[in-house]
Design a binder for this molecule. Structure first.
Ligand code: BT5
Length: 267
């Protein structure tokens, strides 16, 4: 797709630098280098295809050329600073942005699978990778990377997946313009970033949680599992799970992976 088509769709957004690539390893890696070179707030790195797209905890993310969205946005600490308490919220911010863009503009029943995968009808349509960068003990900024399966060709084969996947167009039942969807998601990112420390962000994240009130399994990185009911979120974005009568456990982002107790395959 021509750079001009992307620029036209994004022309009303207050973005910093804009970098477009036909193919990259990972947009998050390029954005990290730009952050290090003092790129301004809301700088954007967009790629048509990623050959080393990254998921969380060393997992990989597939971005098929011409069919998906893969981009990273640089978020700098502003007047209302990102604190240790709100850092976890940046992760949720990406999920909320995709979720609301799909609900508002395509009337799709999107939900956020904690912490930040976006599901459509129980299948993963988008993933978020938020990476904080520090200079000594000062937070330099966060690179918020978002990958969205837009057209059906972007959905990887089932053998490569740990959770069923779909595309926006498949669920919408019609083709979807990638530049338009990008503009809608970035609008939400910009809006919610300005509300990062607000109760509203937490409430919106919570209200759009998939499996709320349902039994789920949490897979810890050490291979252990916990089963419980999704109760809600703490102010730092950690998940509250009811694990027994009067018993609540809290799980922080990065520690675990969540799956439904029923109807979904064990990864
Ligand atoms: C994520 O990780 O879902 C975060 C994905 C973030 C991707 C964006 S694209 C722009 C930026 N640049 C990057 O390099 N990354 C970010 P996680 O929750 O760990 O999920 C990874 C798992 O999702 C993999 O192990 C696969 O099972 C599955 N997966 C990989 N590609 C997929 C796709 N296109 N659609 C659905 N599932 C996928």
């Amino acid at each position: 797709m021509q750079k001009k088509q992307w620029q036209t769709a994004l022309k009303n957004l207050p973005l910093g630098q804009q970098h477009y690539f036909a193919q990259v390893g990972s947009t998050n890696d390029i954005a990290a280098k730009l952050l290090d070179a003092d790129a301004p707030h809301l700088s954007l790195v967009l790629a048509d295809e990623q050959v080393k797209g990254r998921g969380r905890n060393g997992r990989s993310w597939t971005t098929t050329g011409g069919a998906a969205l893969a981009f990273s946005v640089i978020l700098l600490p502003k007047d209302d600073p990102i604190t240790a308490q709100t850092l976890g919220r940046v992760s949720g911010l990406g999920g909320i942005a995709v979720c609301l863009a799909l609900q508002k503009h395509y009337s799709l029943p999107a939900a956020v699978k904690w912490p930040n995968d976006v599901l459509l009808n129980g299948k993963k349509v988008a993933g978020v990778l938020a990476e904080a960068h520090w200079r000594a003990d000062r937070l330099q900024g966060v690179v918020l990377g978002i990958g969205i399966n837009v057209l059906p060709a972007s959905v990887p084969p089932a053998r490569d997946l740990n959770f069923p996947a779909t595309s926006v167009a498949a669920e919408y039942g019609a083709t979807v313009s990638r530049p338009e969807l990008l503009a809608h998601v970035l609008t939400e990112v910009i809006n919610w970033y300005s509300l990062l420390n607000s109760d509203n962000l937490l409430k919106t994240w919570e209200a759009n949680l998939a499996f709320r009130g349902e039994q789920v399994y949490l897979d810890a990185r050490d291979g252990t599992h916990v089963e419980g009911r999704v109760l809600g979120l703490n102010p730092d974005g950690s998940l509250r799970l009811g694990t027994g009568p009067g018993e609540t456990h809290t799980f922080r982002i990065g520690e675990i992976r969540l799956r439904a107790s029923i109807n979904l395959p064990v990864s």
